[in-house]
Design a protein around this ligand. Structure first.
Ligand SMILES: [Zn+2]
Length: 274
């Protein structure tokens, strides 16, 4: 399974990166998308992806890093790396009061404006959205950007089933972390049942949010994406094998990853029987 969202440069992972990647590969993880949260992180992420055949990267500014130094030139340059597969993560986080909502919003809007302009110049990528208690504020901003709705994924979805419906009606994708496995988050599991097969993805958000049954483990590592995948498959009444093929095909389609990464899609009943 492809871990579509992890932070390989964060403390707890980067200082023992080769071991973390090797253990994940042994567990069945075939690809990693390491997500930027600042523009300097984006530059380092591109270098890391360039050095590992199965790591891809993104470029963007997390809302909780809206007050950090920003280099638009670095954001643009990191995005031109051949292994940079998306913008992000960017969005709004109403769980924390700092940075203030006004600053989060202005950094989000400036990113979307620049992304739209770069898109017009031919630099076309999907967008990874961070959204915490902010669906009603975020959807109008994304709509106003004029960027195609089906090129957004709401990652680490922790909102309600009603919010999931609003995101799906907008036309975006939804991705789940270990939070969906928590007994304390039944609303997230309810949301995960709603998402159609062609708009769901799976991720760890490592080093955060270890899933059940390893919830106490620190840090969370990409190998644990298998636990979240098993949980989601059971929740959605499908086999792990079929679910893994579905989410890997989705990840390849959303991020334009090579056909060789992840499990092959089930193309016809004959190949399923073979
Ligand atoms: Zn993240």
């Amino acid at each position: 399974m492809i871990d579509t969202h992890c932070h390989l440069l964060y403390d707890g992972i980067h200082e023992r990166l080769e071991r973390v990647l090797a253990e994940a590969r042994t567990a069945g993880v075939s690809g990693f998308v390491t997500i930027a949260t600042t523009t300097s992180d984006a530059v380092r992420g591109a270098a890391l992806a360039g050095a590992h055949h199965d790591v891809w990267c993104t470029s963007g500014i997390h809302p909780l890093h809206a007050a950090d130094p920003i280099s638009w030139e670095d954001m643009h340059r990191a995005a031109q790396h051949p292994k940079c597969v998306a913008w992000g993560e960017l969005g709004l986080d109403n769980h924390y009061a700092d940075p203030p909502a006004a600053l989060q919003t202005s950094v989000l809007e400036e990113q979307l404006t620049r992304i739209a302009a770069w898109r017009n110049e031919g630099l076309i990528k999907p967008i990874v959205i961070h959204c915490r208690r902010a669906v009603p504020q975020l959807l109008p901003i994304l709509r106003a950007s004029g960027l195609p709705a089906d090129r957004f994924v709401f990652h680490c979805f922790t909102e309600t089933a009603d919010d999931a419906r609003a995101v799906l009606d907008f036309g975006a994708w939804i991705s789940f972390t270990g939070v969906v496995t928590f007994r304390s988050a039944p609303e997230v599991a309810a949301a995960a049942k709603l998402v159609p097969d062609d708009r769901i993805m799976c991720e760890t958000d490592a080093p955060f949010l270890s899933p059940e049954p390893v919830r106490g483990a620190r840090p969370c590592v990409p190998a644990y994406v298998m636990h979240t995948g098993l949980f989601l498959a059971a929740l959605r009444g499908t086999s792990f094998d079929a679910f893994e093929r579905t989410v890997d095909a989705n990840a390849r389609r959303f991020f334009s990853l090579p056909e060789s990464v992840g499990r092959a899609a089930i193309t016809d009943s004959a190949s399923r029987l073979a």
